[in-house]
Design a binder for this molecule. Structure first.
Ligand code: COA
Length: 211
């Protein structure tokens, strides 16, 4: 699939922008759009997040099964809709949004649908959110969601939709998403519980990242 016009994802990373989390003693995070060269580091980060940050929510066999569902979606990098977040030079997290129909899953998941959504009627997707365990609960997820919401709003979308893991649901609930459907994804002999969640676009933040 060719890259989005105007977004050269083979290029060297663009300059970082900075975002401060809203809480007291806020941590300063830098962010930029991901490029294809980031992919190995992002896969490693996603693996650590999947394995370590789901332990309070899933059994070991479910975590192993979720490895087959989750991961980085290269299409998002190619589309210029995937963010990386750093703190003092260390990769802290990643996540993105999409104007394509696929709702969840990494590169390998079955049933992908790369068709383009219509901002006038469809909800933009929030996709592939991962925080390195070292940076958990420091506001990385919230920063990524704000960037995604601002970029989706700039593209004309009125609503956001995602498929949440059990580990992701508290973040999305705190950000204003509401659950609409419980989904059991059968994978590798285990059932991985997921929740489809939606939210109207309300924050047209200051981010100018995105295509
Ligand atoms: C889901 C995930 C991305 C959250 O990232 P994070 O950077 O730790 O989230 P934030 O620090 O921005 O959290 C913001 C708020 O969300 C809520 N929240 C996030 N994680 C929570 C948890 N484990 N328990 C309770 N509330 C939580 C809190 O309200 C939090 O604010 P607070 O820390 O001031 O109380 C991370 O846990 C992760 O990578 N999980 C494994 C992979 C995964 O399941 N990804 C989601 C795919 S849909």
């Amino acid at each position: 699939m060719p890259a989005q016009a105007g977004v050269d994802t083979h290029a060297r990373p663009q300059r970082f922008r900075e975002a401060r989390t809203a809480r007291p003693g806020a941590v300063m995070f830098a962010h930029r759009l991901a490029v294809l060269a980031d992919r190995p580091a992002l896969e490693e980060l996603a693996g650590a997040a999947i394995d370590q940050l789901q332990r309070d929510y899933l059994q070991p066999d479910q975590i192993a099964a979720s490895r087959a569902i989750m991961g980085v979606d290269t299409q998002l990098i190619q589309d210029g809709t995937y963010f990386v977040v750093h703190h003092e030079g260390r990769l802290a997290g990643c996540g993105g949004w999409s104007r394509r129909a696929t709702l969840y899953g990494g590169d390998e998941i079955a049933g992908r649908n790369d068709s383009m959504l219509d901002p006038a009627v469809d909800a933009a997707r929030i996709r592939a959110m991962y925080t390195h365990p070292r940076f958990a609960r420091r506001g990385v997820g919230r920063v990524v969601l704000s960037l995604c919401e601002a970029a989706a709003a700039a593209a004309g979308f009125q609503r956001l939709e995602l498929m949440a893991t059990m580990a992701g649901q508290p973040l999305y609930t705190s950000y204003g998403f509401a659950p609409v459907e419980r989904v059991d994804h059968a994978s590798g002999g285990a059932i991985v519980p997921l929740v489809r969640m939606v939210k109207p676009v309300t924050r047209r933040g200051a981010s100018s990242d995105g295509p």
